[in-house]
Write a protein that binds this ligand. Structure first.
Ligand code: NAD
Ligand code: MG
Length: 342
């Protein structure tokens, strides 16, 4: 069984005695900075001079410095810029300002696992990775709850790195829900696998293929949207509450029988073989190399894919249909409809 941490297993005073720099103010950055501040932690934000995020952080009353300045005056540095940018910000702004006794923190192990960042001796390397988007991390904290977190230590130079990591996890509200002890390697490989195979890649393309199959057979796109996308929410909520069993308990016998006989015809051995190939590309670093090479070239492949996927017919159908859903109100006022870009 994985080792779990809760609020009683961590001491808030450990992080309250440190100076924390949050580098980046996006999805995770804003949530960590605000939750730490509200937990009584001394926090500042590090952002480039021209960053659009500066005004948002300042509007919350947070002090904003450059990443270099924020690192220099802090002893805990949480790196929350996009994964593909981290090694540049680290090399140019963070590394020159690190001192022995400092700790660098991550919310995902990508750069440490694949060797894009190597921390000097004498510096703790920790991870507190919320298992949810930053906007939920902030919303749950404000409501007195928390999003579960993964907690790991890659380098324990001080001998106190675990106490520090658990204290940070508590301060962002993560230990109200629970923390799971893991490693940078396990977090990185399972996180990439989950998002590529099931949560993002698998789910998006399963939904699209179902929508295409129905519309190509002449059914109305609105019906295809409802059956292949909209109802997912209720099915997933049941799974989260009580596993696949509770979902099957709730659906009709017709649906349950169809699950048993048709599910394995869709997710067959061939699909599982593909999953193993994707896992292997994650483990060998092949996926990481492809992602970083494209990013370093200005992301031509990424941008092309983002544009063509946004043009899938299910998006146009959904956009019109959702206007009629009086029960659906977005609570994220900074989300621009139809755009994956932040
Ligand atoms: P993000 O894309 O929301 O934005 C990061 C912020 O970094 C931006 O808002 C900006 O302030 C800054 N930034 C962007 N480009 C920059 C550049 N070129 N130079 C300097 N600063 C720049 O990032 P995110 O999704 O919050 O991801 C941050 C980390 O958290 C990543 O390691 C990611 O894997 C991890 N993570 C994210 C989520 C999530 O739900 N988004 C969940 C768990 C872990
Ligand atoms: Mg993830």
């Amino acid at each position: 069984m994985a080792e779990m941490f809760y609020d009683d297993d961590a001491n808030l005073a450990v992080i309250q005695d440190r100076s924390v720099a949050i580098i980046g103010y996006g999805s995770q950055g804003h949530a960590h900075a605000l939750n730490l501040r509200d937990s009584g932690v001394d926090v500042r934000v590090g952002l480039a001079e021209g960053s659009k995020s500066r005004a948002k952080a300042e509007a919350e009353g947070l002090r904003v410095l450059t990443p270099a300045q924020a690192t220099a005056e802090s002893d805990v540095i949480m790196i929350l810029v996009p994964d593909q940018v981290q090694r540049h910000v680290y090399a140019n702004e963070i590394a020159p300002n690190l001192k022995a006794g400092d700790a660098i923190f991550f919310a995902h192990g990508f750069n440490i696992r694949y060797g894009y960042i190597t921390a000097p001796e004498g510096v703790d390397v920790c991870m507190v990775a919320p298992k949810g988007p930053g906007h939920i991390v902030r919303r749950e904290y404000a409501d007195g709850r928390g999003v579960p977190v993964l907690v790991c230590v890659e380098q324990d130079a001080s001998g106190e790195a675990w106490e520090l990591a658990k204290s940070y996890a508590k301060a962002i509200g993560g230990l109200r829900a629970g923390g799971i002890k893991t490693t940078f390697t396990e977090e990185t490989e399972t996180d990439l696998f989950g998002e590529q195979v099931v949560l993002c890649g698998g789910m998006s393309h399963l939904v699209q293929a179902g929508f295409e199959t129905l519309t190509e057979a002449g059914y109305q796109p609105e019906m295809a949207y409802f059956e292949c996308l909209h109802e997912l929410k209720m099915i997933v909520d049941l799974m989260i509450e009580g596993g696949i069993s509770k979902q099957r308990w709730s659906i009709s016998d017709t649906a349950e029988y169809g699950d048993y006989v048709s599910g394995p015809r869709i997710i067959d051995d061939h699909v599982k073989q593909n999953m193993k190939t994707v896992l292997s590309d994650i483990q060998t670093g092949k996926f990481a190399e492809r992602f970083i090479a494209d990013q370093d070239a200005g992301a031509p492949e990424f941008k092309k894919l983002r544009e063509s996927e946004a043009g899938h017919p299910i998006e146009a159908t959904g956009k019109e249909l959702r206007k009629m859903f009086s029960w659906l109100k977005s609570s994220d006022d900074d989300y621009v409809e139809g755009s994956a870009a932040r």
